[in-house]
Design a protein around this ligand. Structure first.
Ligand SMILES: *Cc1c(COP(=O)(O)O)cnc(C)c1O
Length: 389
């Protein structure tokens, strides 16, 4: 290389300072000596030996998420689903029994059924409102209880302290998908959970432009195992994506506060609408599991589900056709408002679910809440004639 070009990686200290953490890119990590190279893997789980296990950009983000979760350690993965699968693979082996909430994220359930069972792991789904009665389902080979609260789409709140108390007494590990609440809404590790998983894709990223997942824990052995699995599976996380999620964290609290306030207003108004049969939003007084939610959660989320009176699919087509501020799509938690639809048949596949019929899920973004409400009320008006009122 032309030696007149300064090496900006090392020569800028003092000459340039920024409020922004640098984005470090690397496949190869270089070493000062042969001994350093030969012993490179001893630098893990915190240090750097090769691109797949992370860069300083990734470590800075992991440290921030660990702090938010009240954890000693965190590992990030290329998506929320990659974090879920990694947690399950790191903890379970042939002959183990897994208890998983029936209201878990759909791909977590299908990974358990289609992949883990094929590896000789027993998978059993439990009713999300089981609480301390989970004791009845614990077997001598039960290794892990998987929680998600509120549950995907149907929003059942789990009695997490009751479940973790049973798990600790029986020597069973617990992991929670804490995406709905975020670290600001529910302090999972403080409530006795061993592993806290987030889809950073949602609130942390916050702008619908990045996929990532995180696992936080206070257990050093689990942390080492997760970092090892990251390396073995090649689950490298892009430093640019780490930069985006770190930037999202800077505004997460104000975004979430505003989105939660808007969501609360919209949920209250929708609950009073004559076409709305049921609001599934535990932050709403009178909604299912509100008391448990109020006991355990510090702040609300921005995603809610609702059910309309019985009506044909055409009614939903008309309703969604009248949405403009709301985009139609999956995912949630970002600054843009999103609407999704779950047909009745999808929920009917669950074993322990009291929600029958189709569900609309709304993610409330940073749009003006009154404008969102006007749009929803207009869309409901547009499909009104499809219902036998
Ligand atoms: C979105 C989501 C996931 C998956 O996250 P991806 O980053 O999209 O893979 C997992 N759990 C919950 C509760 C989610 O909402």
């Amino acid at each position: 290389m032309n030696s007149s070009i300064p090496n900006l990686g090392t020569s800028t200290r003092g000459a340039f300072a920024s409020l922004v953490p640098p984005v470090w890119r690397a496949s190869t990590v270089v070493f000062d000596s042969l001994d350093d190279f030969v012993n490179r893997r001893t630098r893990l789980p915190d240090g750097f030996s090769y691109g797949t296990t992370g860069t300083p950009t990734q470590r800075a983000l992991e440290t921030r998420i660990a702090e938010l979760d009240g954890a000693a350690h965190c590992v990030v993965f290329p998506s929320g689903q990659a974090a879920i699968c990694s947690a399950l693979l790191a903890l379970l082996k042939k002959g183990d029994h897994l208890l998983m909430t029936d209201a878990a994220y759909g791909l977590a359930k299908s990974f358990a059924v289609e992949r883990l069972q094929a590896l000789g792991i027993e998978v059993e789904f439990y009713p999300p409102r089981i609480g301390a009665d989970i004791e009845r389902l614990v077997r001598p080979n039960t290794r892990l209880i998987w929680l998600e609260s509120p549950g995907t789409v149907t929003m059942e709140v789990e009695d997490v302290p009751a479940i973790t108390a049973v798990a600790r007494a029986r020597g069973v590990l617990t992991a929670i998908d804490n995406t709905w609440a975020s670290p600001l809404g529910f302090a999972a590790l403080a409530r006795g959970v061993d592993l806290c998983i987030h889809a950073c894709t949602k609130y942390m990223g916050g702008h619908s432009d990045v996929l990532m997942g995180s696992i936080a824990t206070n257990d050093e052995g689990l942390y080492k195992s997760l970092r090892g699995l990251q390396s073995q599976m090649g689950l490298a996380v892009s430093p640019e994506d780490c930069f985006l999620v770190a930037r999202g964290l800077d505004t997460m609290q104000v975004r979430m506060e505003r989105q939660a306030t808007s969501a609360q207003l919209i949920a209250e108004r929708l609950a009073a609408h004559r076409l709305v049969r049921r609001m599934l939003f535990p932050a709403l007084p009178g909604a299912p599991d509100h008391a448990l939610w109020a006991r355990d959660f510090r702040q609300s989320g921005c995603v809610m589900s609702l059910q309309l009176l019985d009506g044909p699919y055409d009614a939903y087509r008309a309703l969604f056709g009248n949405l403009k501020l709301f985009s139609i799509g999956a995912s949630w938690g970002g600054v843009r408002s999103i609407a999704a639809f779950y047909p009745a048949e999808e929920l009917a596949k669950r074993n322990f679910c009291d929600v029958r019929g189709p569900v609309i899920r709304l993610s409330i973004g940073l749009d003006d809440p009154q404008a969102l409400l006007d749009e929803l009320q207009g869309a409901l008006r547009a499909c009104e004639t499809s219902f036998n009122l």
